[in-house]
Design a protein around this ligand. Structure first.
Ligand SMILES: *[C@@H]1O[C@H](CO)[C@@H](O)[C@H](O)[C@H]1NC(C)=O
Ligand SMILES: *[C@@H]1O[C@H](CO)[C@@H](O)[C@H](O)[C@H]1NC(C)=O
Ligand SMILES: *[C@@H]1O[C@H](CO)[C@@H](O)[C@H](O)[C@H]1NC(C)=O
Ligand SMILES: *[C@@H]1O[C@H](CO)[C@@H](O)[C@H](O)[C@H]1NC(C)=O
Length: 394
């Protein structure tokens, strides 16, 4: 068992290194821009093969964006922000097209209905600069604007079409348009040295999913496995391997997610989520201690084993509580669609409910065992395994 334990500890500590370096290597596409401008983030826009690149400046709440979409010269293209709602109505749009003389134009227009009359007008937020270019069959709209309502999470909308009316863009095909909007988190700040521009939002989502699964689900599940299966003598030593598999995979995924989180934090100029970061660091330290503690685990019959058990459980429960707190802090920061938070609440509530039921049944089993041991002098003899086990549980 000792050599197995050492192997497990080794894998537990070294797999995360391999894992996290592969997660961090996620790259966004390597678009280049006419003015050699670099953007800190980019994301692919679904439905049309378009991308949005941007740099957010937290000091003045402005953002530089570049919207690129491959379309023919007879097509108009548009990208916009909807500050008040989701979808098209209410969108403040930038539209680019080739006019009847074949020259490239860019205008701004507020879309007040589903069949708006596009006019070259002002937007509800300040636009400092805008321009458009067309090369290699793709439009690129460049704009510098103040994010409305001082917000960093906004609904963005994109489209293209071939209808014109009085020389200005008009209709677009209505199929599949529902997917051409998203809720985008502009919060970003990245040094121009790593200008390859990995998609920050995409990596934040990976960070969230990895950490919710590892710290938020696998680790509590592993604790429950240890606590509620080892009471059955037939589960020895299977419970130990189940527990260690769960905690180890949780730790590996968790460290990958944690490393990604640190990287995201270091890239975010001006904005530090102190609480979330500090809890995250504490979690990593505690969880790593748990892995090392395995190596120092005294034998079952050693008198120090009791103290080791107390230590292991105290740190273990602290990790679970802090993990859950930090996951909810993460939900507040990332602010994903409501359904993700609800899904996590569902999972954790199910685990919690299950734990309450199992806690009650396990205590019933333990108490029953104790009273039968009290009646039978043989059963009370600690060497049969029951004594040690019931002691361990309580
Ligand atoms: C906003 O701040 C950034 C960086 O501090 C600066 O480069 C940019 O010019 C500012 N934008 C405006 C519109 O003031
Ligand atoms: C600003 O945000 C508030 C609350 O988040 C919202 O009720 C309001 O409609 C927003 N205003 C604008 C102009 O977007
Ligand atoms: C749109 O309006 C701006 C400012 O009023 C003007 O400079 C620009 O030429 C107009 N563009 C078109 C295509 O009408
Ligand atoms: C806008 O956000 C910035 C940075 O988060 C903050 O310093 C500023 O007070 C906010 N302004 C308003 C009007 O809410």
């Amino acid at each position: 068992m000792a050599s197995n334990t050492r192997l497990v500890t080794f894998l537990c500590l070294f797999l995360p290194v391999i894992f996290s370096s592969s997660t961090l290597a996620q790259n966004c596409n390597s678009d280049t821009f006419s003015n050699n401008k670099l953007y800190s983030s980019c994301t692919s826009l679904s439905g049309l093969s378009a991308t949005l690149h941007w740099t957010y400046y937290s000091t003045n709440g402005t953002v530089d964006v570049a919207y690129r979409i491959t379309q023919s010269t007879s097509t108009w293209v548009a990208w916009g922000i909807n500050p008040t709602s989701t979808g098209m109505v209410g969108t403040n749009a930038f539209l680019a097209y080739h006019d009847s003389a074949g020259s490239l134009q860019i205008i701004t227009s507020q879309l007040s209905s589903f069949s708006p009359t596009i006019a070259n007008g002002s937007l509800t937020f300040t636009v400092y600069e805008m321009s458009v270019d067309y090369s290699n069959g793709a439009y690129t709209i460049y704009a510098t604007l103040k994010l409305p309502n001082n917000s960093t999470t906004l609904n963005t909308v994109w489209q293209r079409g071939t209808s014109f009316s009085s020389g200005l863009p008009s209709g677009h095909p209505s199929t599949g348009t529902s997917s051409q909007t998203n809720n985008l988190n502009f919060l970003s700040g990245q040094s121009s040295s790593s200008g390859s521009g990995s998609s920050r939002l995409h990596r934040e989502n990976i960070h969230g999913v990895l950490n919710a699964i590892s710290w938020g689900i696998l680790l509590p599940l592993g604790v429950m496995i240890a606590r509620y299966t080892k009471v059955f003598k037939s589960m020895d030593p299977a419970w130990f391997y189940l527990h260690i598999t769960c905690q180890c995979s949780g730790y590996i995924l968790g460290v990958a997610g944690w490393g990604l989180g640190l990287k995201l934090g270091s890239e975010s100029k001006g904005i530090t989520q102190y609480g979330h970061r500090n809890i995250g660091i504490a979690l990593f330290v505690f969880a790593t201690l748990q892995v090392f503690a395995l190596l120092l685990r005294p034998h079952k019959n050693n008198k120090y084993r009791l103290y080791w058990n107390i230590y292991h459980r105290t740190v273990g429960y602290a990790v679970i509580v802090l993990s859950i707190i930090n996951i909810f802090k993460g939900f507040d920061i990332l602010n994903p669609e409501k359904k993700w938070k609800n899904a996590y609440i569902g999972v954790i509530a199910t685990l919690g409910g299950l734990a309450v039921i199992l806690e009650a049944t396990t205590w019933a089993i333990v108490l029953k065992r104790r009273s039968s041991e009290a009646k039978s002098p043989h059963g009370a003899n600690g060497n049969n395994g029951y004594g040690a086990r019931t002691h361990q549980f309580a």
